[in-house]
Design a protein around this ligand. Structure first.
Ligand SMILES: [Zn+2]
Length: 304
């Protein structure tokens, strides 16, 4: 794993026999070239790319690092769709957000994002140089299109920004109410001894992910209760007392306004509120236990 000093982004290189896999590609061409040079110290073999999600710091180096011989870029379908549909708008937003870091902002401005071409809906296992690698969408959380990567033979989980250890969770595009279930699914899916590589910050173990899951579940519960009680977002955020809480509550309220479910402590984002996330996708993931009001087409198990 490489930790880049800017934003403490992590990238992971998985080396097989004759080919490799590089998870996330940093923010712009110059950073990607440096990442490529570091990876070339480890392997001379060609590599596949994977993006854990569509945020610039994880995928804007794709074009620089993609294998010229045609090995493609894996990502969740929604992450690819976001980049295909809104790259200019997203780039403008991030340039403005990072204007106080002129090198980063200038690097972003020069990027023409390369949209991933190997798409994952739920989960797929690929073989890279003889090593099975599992690419899995545990449900929406940090974004609607998060992808986790599991390397079975060394029990390493690359979690992207579903887990961050050097800063608080990022809520800017988060599906706040669904995030706890996504982490719960990751915890259920992989052995307790797995090493977890966050999207930002040093490696962690299961206990860290459990704590982050509990914290996000507590936040989601506050949001659902506050919404049901008609409480202003600011006052819920003050009670949550964590960095980014106001944005998290505002996004949660927006998703509840748009039809996200309030049911049975399993609040999650329905089809109209989740930027393309469909009920059927979540249902296939086996996590759906509630019925969304006013949407008879969405046949979910359980009770509202
Ligand atoms: Zn992110």
């Amino acid at each position: 794993m490489l930790r880049h000093p800017e934003l403490d982004v992590t990238c992971t290189l998985i080396v097989g026999d004759g080919e490799a896999l590089l998870v996330d590609t940093l923010s712009h061409a110059a950073q990607a070239r440096a990442l490529g040079a570091a990876a070339r110290q480890v392997t001379k073999d060609p590599w596949w790319l994977v993006n854990t999600h569509h945020h610039f710091d994880h995928c804007f180096g794709n074009r620089t690092l993609v294998d010229p011989a045609g090995r493609g870029v894996w990502a969740h379908r929604h992450a690819a769709a976001q980049l295909a549909a809104a790259a200019d708008e997203l780039t403008a937003r991030w340039q403005a957000q990072w204007a106080h870091l002129p090198d980063l902002a200038a690097g972003l401005a020069a990027v023409s994002p390369l949209v991933p071409d190997r798409l994952v809906d739920e989960a797929v296992t690929i073989t890279v140089g003889g090593r099975p690698i599992r690419l899995m969408h545990p449900g929406p959380g940090h974004t609607a299109g998060d992808l986790a990567i599991y390397v079975d033979d060394v029990q390493v989980l690359v979690a992207g920004d579903l887990v961050e250890s050097s800063g608080p969770p990022g809520f800017e595009d988060a599906l706040v109410l669904a995030w706890p279930a996504a982490l719960e699914r990751l915890l259920a899916e992989f052995p307790a001894a797995s090493i977890v590589l966050p999207g930002h910050g040093p490696a962690v173990g299961r206990e860290f992910v459990e704590r982050q899951q509990a914290m996000l579940a507590g936040l989601a519960a506050l949001i659902v209760q506050g919404y049901a009680a008609g409480e202003p977002a600011g006052s819920v955020a003050a009670r949550a007392a964590m960095p980014g809480a106001l944005l998290a509550v505002q996004r949660g309220y927006g998703q509840l306004d748009a039809g996200a479910c309030l049911g049975a402590g399993q609040a999650w984002d329905g089809p109209t509120g989740a930027e393309g996330v469909t009920c059927s996708a979540l249902e296939a993931a086996g996590d759906v236990v509630c019925r969304r009001v006013g949407d008879p087409a969405a046949a979910h198990r359980g009770e509202f």
